[in-house]
Design a protein around this ligand. Structure first.
Ligand code: CTP
Length: 213
């Protein structure tokens, strides 16, 4: 097992929550389990791990930054890019947020018929802009063909993209197992079998150090 002594690793995990008012949010089904497994495995291999997450974090992770929104996550990640050797972006970041967030709870009688949305910051793009020689691993939740994931691996400036069919049995949000396909920027796609999220994390850390060609 290659060790990660002396490596600084940042992992994002969980789904961001974009407020409508103090009580309600626009969110997604991410449980944070995949990101936690990646953080734990890096820690077990000796890395100094920072976990930026919206979900409860494992006790053993040394630096935990709790965030809620995509904007919070962007700030937490971008301010730490230059200190990292590897950044793994396993979080399910909301692509859109309510354009207006109300300071007080909306009453039933004043519920808006439509919630206007605006784009959130693209955290991964900001990481790629700021990085020096840091490796960047992205995730892509897909619900069908791998074509879009292959395009993302080629266009986003990542060193590796982990595509995840969130509709496949035993795979995706909330499960303890995952079926992923590993895609490199040259467009090659290697499907892995259905594995525990801990096993996916372990195989990823077997691969990642070798990406530093
Ligand atoms: N991501 C991000 N910031 C966002 C949205 C996504 O950094 N605002 C990151 C995710 O953490 C993930 C990668 O980008 O590592 C791919 O996410 P995905 O939602 O699949 O990519 P999009 O470009 O948003 O693609 P789509 O058009 O399918 O929504």
């Amino acid at each position: 097992m290659p060790d990660l002594n002396g490596w600084s690793v940042l992992v994002t995990a969980g789904g961001t929550r974009e407020p409508i008012d103090p009580v309600r949010y626009v969110g997604n089904r991410s449980s944070g389990k995949m990101g936690n497994a990646i953080a734990l495995e890096a820690h077990a291999r000796g890395a100094d791990v920072t976990l930026v997450t919206t979900m409860p974090a494992p006790d053993t992770i040394e630096h935990v930054v709790q965030v809620e929104t995509a904007a919070d996550m962007a700030e937490a990640v971008w301010s730490r890019v230059v200190d990292q050797d590897v950044i793994v972006m396993a979080a399910a970041v909301a692509d859109f947020r309510p354009a207006t967030s109300h300071d007080t709870k909306l009453a039933r009688r004043s519920a808006p018929a439509v919630i206007e949305l605006e784009p959130t910051p693209d955290i991964l793009a900001g990481v790629v802009e700021r990085r020096r020689d840091c490796l960047v691993v992205g995730f892509a939740a897909e619900t069908g063909s791998l074509e879009r994931a292959i395009e993302k691996a080629q266009s986003k400036g990542v060193d590796l993209l982990v595509a995840n069919d969130v509709l496949a049995d035993g795979s995706g949000f909330g499960t303890v197992t995952n079926q992923v396909t590993i895609i490199t920027p040259d467009g090659s796609a290697q499907p892995w079998p259905l594995l525990s999220k801990a096993e996916v994390a372990s195989r990823l850390w077997d691969m990642i150090p070798g990406l530093r060609g």
